[in-house]
Design a protein around this ligand. Structure first.
Ligand SMILES: Cc1cc2nc3c(=O)[nH]c(=O)nc-3n(C[C@H](O)[C@H](O)[C@H](O)COP(=O)(O)OP(=O)(O)OC[C@H]3O[C@@H](n4cnc5c(N)ncnc54)[C@H](O)[C@@H]3O)c2cc1C
Length: 482
């Protein structure tokens, strides 16, 4: 029997994992990717011996990664060498205090006690509560829920159980008196592009996973993840076409029809992995609701000619007034006066990513997205760079500017130009209450039959493990449709 054809628009992690599952399920899968290589936001720049992972750097919830390989009848160990890192991360407060989070929570507790004597017991209680929420949410990450699901009392009971009407910050505040610790247990919201004051408390499952399940690094760099998925998809028979931008989605002769240049590509079903908001306006020519978008990011990738001291693999530098920093980003949409930022030094775990004796520094600065921009980043770039470099110089006793051998930068506009991400919102649609679960775009199109969605701006949400769970939802929906 002729296998049904499924086309996927985009070879991001959502597109690749969907391709693997559906090829395994026996479909004839074709992936069309605008760029000349796979990975989408999980990408790489290689320059003079340095390998800069340009997007994600934390591997959390490794069981979600394992699940896609086992679904396809393979062992993840044959594709990826994931190692738990230690310390997990280090926080630098503006007054010079630091907080190191270790794999061993006893060591982490010693650190917490330095900041607040009672915090060690509170940490246990916070983890217990976030574990409870995690256990409720985990199976839901493999389900697509809609407004209709709200008529089911089961879901209503869950809404209170997962503390949907509290913010991430309010939850942390119940356990930690010190502002410093509240930020240490909610900063993860910023890495979904939303403020901890706006993110619902159930996103605290990220704190649970990074403290309890730990943080992993794939040896060879994060880009090994899309490469492994590309290999798996190929082994299962999926075909990936690069430099192939789709321009329109329509229907013809009872099938989905995609336009690529002068060619029409027809298939029984299509999956959009490209950014949801972009696809609605540009590929389907639809009007979209007044969505809220995540913040954007300004990224600087440095190859430096020596190894630095005092930094960990993952480092967070918090602004002096974090509340003001968050308000600037998410309310007034201004470039931060005193930025919080993240520094990734993967060469600490994985020296193969740079020439011998040298380091990679990847700097991520959350900045407003480009919707109704009030200020150009370019006018603030040098000021932000000086503040950030000064802080790193102080911690590492170095002069960063003099050590740079290779430098690349990525601006909010680049998220649009390169990946077609609406408003350059790095993490896609914001993860606030009104855009989570039932309220986040579903994984199927309500109007066009046999059109599906996978990726950060659809259910269940953004971040690699969650996007991977989304591909399971899409495969289940397609299999159920027959
Ligand atoms: C700087 C940064 C840091 C991050 N940090 C982390 C982290 O530490 N841990 C974590 O888990 N997650 C992190 N994330 C989030 C994570 O990277 C994303 O949630 C995930 O990669 C999104 O995958 P996706 O499947 O939605 O697709 P995308 O990565 O958006 O891929 C979609 C693909 O579609 C292609 N495309 C677009 N339009 C078309 C078209 N018309 N035709 C053909 N192809 C098209 C694009 O080129 C792209 O390759 C980070 C993201 C960024 C950017």
């Amino acid at each position: 029997m002729l296998k049904k054809k499924i086309v996927i628009i985009g070879a991001g992690v959502g597109g690749l994992t969907s391709a693997c599952r559906l090829a395994k399920d026996g479909y004839n899968v074709e992936v069309y990717e605008k760029l000349s290589r796979c990975g989408g936001r999980c990408n790489i720049i290689e320059d003079r011996g340095y390998k800069f992972d340009t997007g994600p750097s934390f591997v959390l919830m490794p069981d979600f990664f394992e699940e896609v390989f086992s679904y396809c009848g393979k062992r993840i160990e044959d594709y990826l060498d994931l190692r738990a890192i230690d310390p997990s991360y280090k926080i630098f407060y503006s007054d010079g205090e630091t907080l190191c989070v270790y794999r061993d929570s006893q060591r982490t507790k010693e650190e917490l006690k330095r900041i607040d004597k009672g915090a060690s017991e509170q940490f246990d209680k916070f983890i217990q509560e976030t574990a409870r929420i995690y256990n409720i949410i985990r199976p839901l990450l493999y389900k697509c829920v809609t407004y209709k699901s709200l008529t089911n009392p089961y879901y209503w009971r869950l809404v209170t159980k997962i503390r949907a009407f509290e913010s991430y910050w309010q939850l942390a505040r119940k356990y930690f008196k010190s502002d410093k610790l509240c930020y240490a247990f909610t900063f993860e919201a910023m890495f979904m592009g939303v403020s901890p004051y706006q993110a619902p408390a159930f996103y605290s499952i990220i704190s649970y996973t990074d403290h309890v399940q730990k943080i992993f690094h794939p040896m060879g760099g994060m880009y090994q993840i899309p490469l492994a998925l590309e290999k798996l998809a190929g082994q299962l028979g999926a075909k990936i076409y690069y430099d192939s931008e789709i321009e329109n989605i329509g229907r013809k002769d009872g099938q989905i029809s995609l336009l690529k240049g002068k060619n029409q590509i027809q298939a029984s079903s299509a999956i959009v992995n490209a950014d949801y908001a972009y696809a609605q306006t540009e590929l389907l020519k639809r009007k979209i609701p007044d969505f809220k978008y995540s913040c954007s990011t300004y990224l600087i990738y440095l190859g430096i000619n020596k190894k630095l001291n005092n930094l960990a693999h993952h480092n967070l530098f918090f602004a002096k007034d974090l509340k003001k920093n968050l308000d600037e980003l998410f309310k007034s949409k201004l470039n931060p006066e005193d930025p919080s930022f993240y520094v990734h030094v993967p060469t600490i775990t994985d020296p193969s990513l740079a020439p011998a004796g040298k380091d990679i520094l990847y700097l991520l600065i959350p900045v407003p997205n480009l919707e109704n921009t009030r200020q150009a980043l370019k006018d603030h770039e040098l000021r932000l760079r000086r503040i950030i470099f000064d802080k790193i110089n102080k911690v590492c006793a170095c002069n960063l500017e003099e050590l740079i051998e290779v430098e690349h930068r990525f601006y909010p506009e680049d998220f649009i130009g390169r990946y077609n991400i609406k408003f350059g919102a790095t993490f896609g649609l914001a993860h606030n209450l009104t855009q989570s679960a039932f309220f986040r775009p579903a994984n199927f199109d309500p109007v066009m039959k046999n059109l599906y969605y996978v990726g950060a701006s659809t259910q269940p949400g953004g971040g690699l493990p969650v996007v991977i769970a989304g591909s399971r939802i899409v495969a289940d929906l397609i299999n159920a449709a027959g």
